[in-house]
Design a protein around this ligand. Sequence first.
Ligand SMILES: [Zn+2]
Length: 302
Amino acid sequence: MEPAARPLAPTYQERRWELPPDAVVHHGTVDDAARVLAGRTFTVLTGAGISTDSGIPDYRSPDSPPRNPMTYQQFVGDAGFRRHYWARNHVGWQHVDRTHPNAGHRTLAELEQRGIVRGVITQNVDLLHEDAGSRVVIDLHGRYDRVICLQCGRVISRTHLAERLDALNPGFVESVLDGGTTVADIEVAPDADAVIAKTSHFNPADCEFCGGVLKPEIVYFGENVPRERVDRAFALVESADALLVAGTSLTVMSGLRFVRRAAKNGQPIVIVNRGETRGDPLATVKVDAGATETLVGLATRL
Ligand SMILES: [Zn+2]
């Protein structure tokens, strides 16, 4: 049995890791990866690296500036923090809402239609796999377009909340974007966490039914992925012959555990990522390259 989901590491600094010095990594090309996957069905685990070509920055890649992602404890325990968070989110989420799937997402949807891909487990909250036409998608860390009340549990759409926040903060988004900042300038993390200096006058909205605290339906650092969702993801991994990992360094256990399970089961594992990943020693083949270009190349060989 897999142990209960462990909390995600709380800060960027603590999420740093190194492969053991004696780790053996089987580096290969897209041809090598195709040889492993040919004639097999596979489940795909994706991360931020597949969405960078859609304009959503990967804040965990080696080149990214260090930043401290919000923790669940901060969000729940600090009203000032929540105000700041919602102000940034209110601007940033519209950027995510306007992004489009890229060739990598579309390739996985096509491979699903061809009966090769069983489904996608994604660490992204941007819904770009769904937009590309993938039908079996597990949004492991939640989705940006929904908001949940921590008190009564009601889920509302982010669009509906946006209307309420606009009414409570008339002209706020415009003032941010007019102040010399463009949407392209705003640092937008996968959780629509845009950096804006002036947020002290922002009015966040509480649940309109019970007055409880609203939170994006996204799994934050310090929070566990719901057990039922983890179990569905394990089942999806085990429903296929092999596992393909694309565009994630597997820094957090929430993704790494699926690679460990596949390795334990003896399922072939292909990892495609620019830079080292924590699962590299478990890969049958590791392709050190961008997710989008490699997925497209891979699909033509299957
Ligand atoms: Zn409520």
